[in-house]
Design a protein around this ligand. Structure first.
Ligand SMILES: NC(=O)c1ccc[n+]([C@@H]2O[C@H](COP(=O)([O-])OP(=O)(O)OC[C@H]3O[C@@H](n4cnc5c(N)ncnc54)[C@H](O)[C@@H]3O)[C@@H](O)[C@H]2O)c1
Length: 256
C-alpha cells in the first residue's frame, strides 16, 4: 500500500510523540510536506531532532485553546501550507478514572474537549480550503474502546471515541460530494511507553498475558501498524473508501 504523497500537504494533531509522531514520520516518508500541532515544547524538541522527522514543521499549541489553534493555523497558512490531508490524532483518556462513578464532570469535559472538540475545530478550519480545491482526506483516530468498550479506560473516553467515530460517518456523507473522504482508524492497545505504564498500573501481569493470548495475532500493536493504516486512508488511491471505521487491533475486536 505505498501511498505516494508527493505534492500533498498534511496536518497531524498531537503528533510530537506517540502514535501521532509515527504517523507524521510515515506521511513525510511517503513524500508529504507535514505540519504537526502539539502543546509540549519538550516533545517537539525531541521529535524535531529525529532523522525521520527532518523537514516536518512543528507548531506549539494547546488544542483546547480555540484562539491558539486559529493563530497556529494562520501561521501555517503564511508558511504556505494548503492542507490536503488532516489527521485528527490528538486524544486520549488523560488517565482519568476507569470507574464510572469516580469520573467527575471535569474529567468528562477534558476528555471530550481533546478527543472531540479539538477535531471539530480543526475540521471546521481546514475543510473550506479542501472543498475549494475539490480534494481532501480526513482521518480521525477512533479506538477499539469506542467500538467495543475498554479493558482499562473509562466511559468518558469510550463515549468520546464513539462520538468521533459517528461524526466520521456523517462528515463522509456531507463532504463526499466535494472530493473529501473521511475515515477513522481504530487502534487496539498500542504499546507506546505511556500505554505501557498505564497497563502496568491497571492490569496484573496475569491479566496482561490473558489479554495478549486472546488477541488472534498474539501481540499488542506497534505505532507503525497504525501509521500504515493512516497512510492508506491519506492516499489518493483510497478515494472510493469513505465513512469507514478500520480496526487495527490484531483481531481483538471484529465486526462483520
Ligand atoms: N496508544 C494507544 O494504545 C491508543 C489506542 C487507541 C487509540 N489511541 C488514540 O490515538 C491517538 C494518539 O494516542 P497516543 O497514545 O499516541 O497519545 P499521547 O497521549 O501519547 O499523546 C501524543 C501527543 O499529544 C500531545 N497532546 C496531548 N494533549 C494535547 C493538547 N491539549 N494540545 C496539543 N497537544 C496535546 C502530547 O504532547 C503528545 O505529544 C489518541 O487519539 C488516542 O486516543 C491510542
Amino acid at each position: 500500500m505505498a501511498a505516494g504523497l508527493h505534492g500533498k500537504m498534511a496536518l497531524v494533531s498531537g503528533a510530537a510523540d506517540g502514535l501521532g509522531a509515527a504517523i507524521a514520520a510515515r506521511l513525510a516518508a511517503d513524500g508529504a510536506r507535514v505540519a504537526v500541532l502539539d502543546r509540549s515544547a519538550e516533545a517537539i524538541a525531541l521529535s524535531a531532532a529525529r532523522p525521520d522527522m527532518a523537514g516536518v514543521h512543528f507548531e506549539q499549541v494547546d488544542l483546547s485553546d480555540a484562539a491558539g489553534i486559529a493563530a497556529a493555523l494562520s501561521r501555517l497558512d503564511q508558511a504556505g501550507f494548503r492542507f490536503d490531508i488532516l489527521v485528527n490524532n490528538a486524544g486520549g483518556s488523560l488517565h482519568t478514572p476507569r470507574a464510572f462513578v469516580e469520573e467527575t464532570d471535569e474529567d468528562w469535559a477534558r476528555v471530550m474537549d481533546l478527543n472531540v472538540t479539538a477535531a471539530v475545530r480543526l475540521i471546521r478550519a481546514i475543510v473550506p480550503g479542501m472543498a475549494e480545491r475539490g480534494y481532501g482526506r480526513i482521518i480521525n483516530l477512533g479506538s477499539k474502546a469506542g467500538r467495543y468498550g475498554s479493558l482499562f479506560t473509562g466511559a468518558n473516553y469510550v463515549a468520546a471515541k464513539g462520538a468521533v467515530q459517528s461524526m466520521t460517518l456523517q462528515l463522509a456523507q456531507e463532504f463526499g460530494p466535494r472530493g473529501i473522504t473521511c475515515n477513522a482508524v481504530c487502534p487496539g492497545a498500542i504499546l507506546t511507553p505511556r500505554v505501557e505504564r498505564l497497563l502496568s498500573e491497571r492490569q496484573t501481569p496475569e491479566e496482561r498475558a490473558a489479554v495478549r493470548n486472546a488477541i488472534p495475532v498474539r501481540r499488542h500493536g506497534r505505532v507503525e501498524d497504525v501509521a500504515a493504516a493512516v497512510a492508506f486512508f491519506a492516499s489518493e488511491e483510497s478515494g472510493f473508501i469513505t465513512g469507514q471505521l478500520l480496526d487495527v487491533n490484531g483481531g481483538q475486536g471484529m465486526a462483520s
